[in-house]
Ligand binder design. Structure first.
Ligand SMILES: [Cu+2]
Length: 160
């Protein structure tokens, strides 16, 4: 009888030990993982860079006004001196109707210089214009209005 009791007690002890054998109940590493929302902030596409208008074949356009003076007896280029780059365009425009002006680079001062453009037509109407492309190499050139050159209608072009 006593043996039986003792065994029972042992069994109980074992059972108890067994229960505690595991030690502290281990919480498996189940740290709450806050899963970031996978919804990525779809960054708005960068606005397309402003694409500048493609440069035209010509270079910078320089306007030179042909202004009549002395009641049509003479004239001046405005500006009379300008600096450009090869490939630029000179936009000659007549200001006053009734007086003919042109722009001619075939002047005595330019004699022998290569690449000179031809003379413009005679511009007689107000606002009439003609473009001249700078084809000369760097240097200084004189241009004039054929009818009014003797009256001082001349200009100086510096090509850089
Ligand atoms: Cu003139």
């Amino acid at each position: 009888m006593t043996i039986f009791k003792r065994n029972a007690a042992l069994a109980a002890l074992v059972a108890f030990a067994g229960a505690c054998g595991g030690g502290q109940p281990q919480t498996e590493g189940t740290e709450p993982v806050t899963t970031e929302s996978p919804a990525e902030n779809a960054a708005p596409a960068a606005p397309a860079a402003e694409t500048p208008a493609p440069a035209t074949a010509g270079g910078t356009v320089h306007e030179v006004r042909m202004v009549t003076t002395q009641n049509g007896a003479a004239g001046v280029f405005e500006p009379a001196n300008l600096t450009v780059k090869k490939g630029d365009v000179i936009h000659f425009v007549n200001v006053q109707a009734g007086v003919a002006h042109n722009a001619d680079f075939n002047t005595p001062e330019n004699s022998g210089k290569p690449g000179l453009p031809g003379a413009t037509q005679f511009l007689t109407a107000a606002g009439q214009s003609e473009d001249v492309t700078v084809t000369m190499d760097p240097g200084t050139y004189t241009f004039q209005c054929t009818p009014h050159a003797m009256m001082g209608m001349k200009g100086t072009l510096t090509v850089q």
